[in-house]
Design a protein around this ligand. Structure first.
Ligand code: ZN
Length: 465
């Protein structure tokens, strides 16, 4: 995620800081009380359920505001402990909660087969489903349910702008249980709460032919019923599935490295910004592929409108608020590696995706980061770069540090280790966590392994502790 488009031009750190501060104060009012909700704890358990496969068929109304259909998900228990339940995260309810009789929740699940659902919890973003019998380690089972999705009336990652619909975090996905128990953290508008293991998706979206439907994965669109089309998507080893719908204009390019970049923009989007986004995306995909490991998904969709605030990343699809100066496209493309390929619990460790994406962005744009640490102001001794979204939600005015101090810390680490060693570190770190989940401890260990220098004082100084 990135608050508005402050990434494309070589702005001074101070101006970035001020812009971010204003923005974050603006969104602070939307942040609900984000006290962590933790499940029962267990020691040393593998993250589960894993190897999920989602089969989804949804049909939209005339303008893409409402989607309904059937979703099936099969999964494995990767843990030594039996799996007696799973949770679906209904993140689309994060902003509006459980709704009212007159305006029901945005995402609703019904007619569950394969398990017994409770009432939705955590502000209707978590649905516990008890399995009929405990699932042993290595065993698979599946659930199926009806899903109903109504796009909210706000310009947001799950929202709308004019005739265009954004369906980010709209599709129910499985929560993760690991050594810390079930992760049932609350939704935060300020950043991301999302934590998911890589999964395979097969999604069929039936929509009016007048709507173009960019989506996660490799997509193709076939004729449907009268006046309708069917967009089919295949997406393997991704953490989420997002799509959009509207009368977009489109263009397709293939990078020299062989990745298909499909651009979708609303007619009112400044043409120069669309052109800049496309050029930067093509260059960034191949550059980050060389630096971190080849982009594995074959295709990425750029979804561009003029009114969307900032940018938002999903596997294989990024939402980009676009001005004549472009957008945060490079930052959002970098998230394909930092969040997408190398996963992290975005609620507990947002710096692991945001600071890394912004470090990659700064390098791409050639920003001068010397002395950047002298611009970093910490409000007190307690605050740390590695704070959770629970912390940042209580201190929204400080959340910019993840985007400013974070990339600066990584640039300082590059100066400490040397550019070649830093490049080797990042390439190896990505390889070791490819399609997996990292942690702050894992990154520190990886960094320490490439140098004889004790990095303890470095972590302390940079508040990575
Ligand atoms: Zn971001």
């Amino acid at each position: 995620m990135s608050p508005l488009a402050v990434w494309s031009a070589p702005l001074s750190a101070r101006r970035v800081f001020v812009v971010l501060l204003v923005l974050l104060m603006a969104v602070a009012a939307q942040v609900s009380d984000a006290g962590a909700v933790s499940g029962p704890r267990e020691a040393g358990a593998a993250a589960t359920p894993d190897r999920a496969r989602y089969d989804v068929a949804l049909r939209s109304d005339a303008d893409g505001s409402h989607w309904s259909g059937r979703q099936r998900v099969s999964f494995r228990n990767a843990s030594d402990r039996p799996l007696r339940e799973v949770y679906l995260r209904l993140w689309g309810n994060g902003a509006d909660g459980c709704g009212t009789p007159a305006a029901p929740a945005a995402v609703r699940v019904s007619h569950v087969r394969g398990g017994t659902p409770n009432r939705p919890a955590v502000n209707c973003t978590a649905l516990r489903i008890a399995l009929p019998k405990p699932l042993a380690r290595g065993a698979r089972t599946s659930l199926a349910f009806d899903v109903s999705i109504t796009v909210p009336d706000r310009n947001a990652r799950f929202g709308r702008e004019g005739a265009f619909r954004f369906l980010g975090n709209a599709l129910p996905v499985l929560a993760v249980r690991d050594a810390k128990g079930w992760h049932l953290d609350p939704y935060v508008a300020l950043g991301e709460s999302f934590y998911a293991l890589t999964s395979d998706f097969r999604v069929r979206l039936d929509h009016p032919s007048a709507l173009k439907v960019p989506a996660t994965g490799r997509t193709r669109t076939l004729p449907g019923g009268p006046g309708r089309s069917v967009t089919l998507s295949l997406a393997d080893r991704v953490r989420d599935f997002a799509w959009a719908a509207g009368p977009f204009r489109t263009a397709t390019q293939t990078t020299p490295g062989g990745v298909r970049v499909r651009s979708y923009w609303a007619p009112g989007t400044p043409a120069e910004g669309v052109r800049l986004n496309r050029t930067d995306a093509v260059a960034a995909i191949d550059r980050f592929g060389r630096e971190f490991g080849r982009y594995p998904y074959g295709e990425i969709d750029l979804v561009m409108t003029s009114g969307f605030g900032g940018g938002m990343e999903y596997p294989g699809l990024v939402l980009l608020g676009t001005t004549e100066e472009g957008s945060a496209v490079v930052h959002e493309v970098a998230h394909q590696w930092w969040y997408g390929i190398v996963g992290n619990d975005e609620y507990s460790s947002p710096w692991l995706d945001e600071s890394f994406a912004q470090y990659a962005n700064a390098r791409f744009h050639g920003w001068d980061t010397r002395d950047c640490w002298s611009d970093v102001y910490w409000p007190d001794d307690e605050s740390a770069l590695i704070g959770s979204m629970a912390y940042w939600s209580r201190h929204p005015g400080e959340y910019h540090l993840v985007y400013t101090a974070g990339p600066c810390a990584l640039a300082d680490l590059e100066r400490t280790l040397g550019a070649d060693t830093m490049a080797r570190l990042l390439k190896g770190y990505v390889r070791d966590h490819w399609y997996g989940v990292s942690s702050t401890a894992a990154f520190k260990k990886a960094a320490q392994s490439v140098t004889d220098q004790d990095l303890g004082p470095f972590w302390e100084t940079h508040r990575i502790r």
